[in-house]
Design a protein around this ligand. Structure first.
Ligand SMILES: Cc1ncc(C[n+]2csc(CCOP(=O)(O)OP(=O)(O)O)c2C)c(N)n1
Length: 189
């Protein structure tokens, strides 16, 4: 099983310059901030919102890919956003669930992920879903590249090990994150 940090690092070679990344709050945003090209949308504090934010960005930037990297805790807290995304189904929206079955950021309390049938839930919404729970590293690399290259709204579900502990927090306040990201967006549109 890969670590979340390794998966996020592996994304680098599959990303295109204009791709937009939205990362869920806590450790995943910290990892994305340290490893991926900046600036992106690093959510801080606001749990449960990555898909809602990604959906808004995907609808307003139809020519760019929007990749939402979300923990299972964040995904499950914001389930309603998946139903709205399924309604609009923007083909440029991609969701990567990094599932450690924990709220790693706040001390490793269990989430309810183990009893959720993601395949059935997403299938009921007609969302393209790939479950890479038991996949090898090579298969995961392949699935990441398929996710980013796909022409439909798609979800990739990976099971991961613990996060990376020794990362400094994001140096930017939320307003600064927004400003930097909007400046980048304005330049590339
Ligand atoms: C509404 C709300 N509840 C609780 C928190 C505290 N909190 C911050 S990150 C986090 C865990 C997020 O879990 P997950 O998305 O699975 O990511 P992981 O920490 O496992 O990487 C929690 C509970 C919060 N920021 N907002």
């Amino acid at each position: 099983m890969m670590k979340g940090f390794e998966v996020i690092s592996a994304l680098k070679k599959h990303l295109r310059k204009d791709d937009i990344i939205v990362s869920s709050n806590g450790n995943i945003s910290r990892e994305a901030y340290h490893v991926l090209p900046r600036p992106q949308v690093y959510l801080r504090g606001s749990m449960g919102l990555p898909i809602a934010v990604g959906l808004g960005l995907a609808l307003t930037n139809p020519k760019k890919n929007v990749l939402v990297i979300t923990g299972d805790g964040n995904f499950l807290m914001g389930l309603g956003s998946s139903t709205t995304a399924a309604y609009y189904k923007p083909r440029n929206l991609k969701i990567l669930i990094l599932d450690n079955m924990k709220y790693y950021t706040t001390g490793g309390q269990k989430t309810v992920s183990s009893v959720i049938n993601y395949a059935k839930f997403l299938d009921s919404l007609n969302i393209e879903y790939t479950d890479s729970k038991r996949a090898s590293q090579d298969q995961i690399e392949h699935d990441l590249s398929e996710l980013l290259g796909s022409e439909t709204f798609s979800v990739l579900h990976l099971h991961i090990n613990e996060g990376k502990k020794d990362l400094d927090n994001i140096a930017w306040h939320p307003e600064e994150i927004t400003d930097r990201f909007c400046t980048r967006l304005a330049k590339s549109s």
